[in-house]
Design a protein around this ligand. Structure first.
Ligand SMILES: C[S@@+](CC[C@H](N)C(=O)[O-])C[C@H]1O[C@@H](n2cnc3c(N)ncnc32)[C@H](O)[C@@H]1O
Length: 164
């Protein structure tokens, strides 16, 4: 399975993913973080690109799976978050999976993000946002201080072609 992710930061979840998938592609917007993760994972099955996940440098229908762990709230507006969802949908193959997790409103989240971007995704609205993008089988699960989600591209979408 060729998976990819965005917002890897220092790469904690990348280390977990790369042991489980044949190939992992990461998009990190911060130049220094992208460079250091790229250096650290050199010669492994990981490719790190410094890019913005709201405008991905990938062809349509390239990946079988996509994940976003604790990064959606760093995308600075709901409109840009929706653009990111559309980009994920575009680069996933038919039947491809999109999953992730993010934080909800809490004192701790506010403390962590003093002087940093924090545009929280409302889990109650996420289902409709993903469905409007085109995703099916959307599942949202609430947890303590966070939520996780799962969605799938329809296996037959006439607008989607199978990539290489
Ligand atoms: C809290 S860290 C998440 C780290 C990692 N996913 C994990 O779970 O350990 C969020 C990361 O997302 C990156 N980021 C924020 N906006 C982004 C965007 N538009 N495209 C790609 N990366 C982005 C930030 O630079 C930061 O490294």
């Amino acid at each position: 399975m060729k998976s990819w992710k965005w917002g890897p930061g220092p790469g904690l979840t990348t280390d977990w993913l790369r042991l489980r998938y044949a190939s992992v592609n990461c998009i990190e917007v911060d130049e220094e973080l992208a460079r250091s993760l790229g250096r650290r994972t050199e010669n492994a099955n990981v490719r790190v690109q410094c890019a913005d996940a709201t405008a991905m440098p990938y062809r349509d229908s390239t990946f079988s799976g996509a994940v976003a762990f604790t990064m959606l709230h760093h995308v600075p507006s709901p409109a840009l978050q929706d653009r990111l969802f559309a980009e994920v949908y575009r680069v996933l193959r038919p039947g491809g999976v999109f999953a992730g997790t993010d934080g909800v409103q809490s004192w701790l989240m506010r403390m962590f993000h003093i002087c940093d971007t924090m545009v929280l995704v409302d889990p109650a609205r996420l289902r409709i946002r993903l469905e409007l993008t085109g995703f099916k089988e959307v599942k949202i699960e609430d947890g303590a201080g966070r939520f996780r989600f799962f969605a799938r591209c329809p296996s037959q979408d006439p607008d989607k072609v199978t990539g290489s």
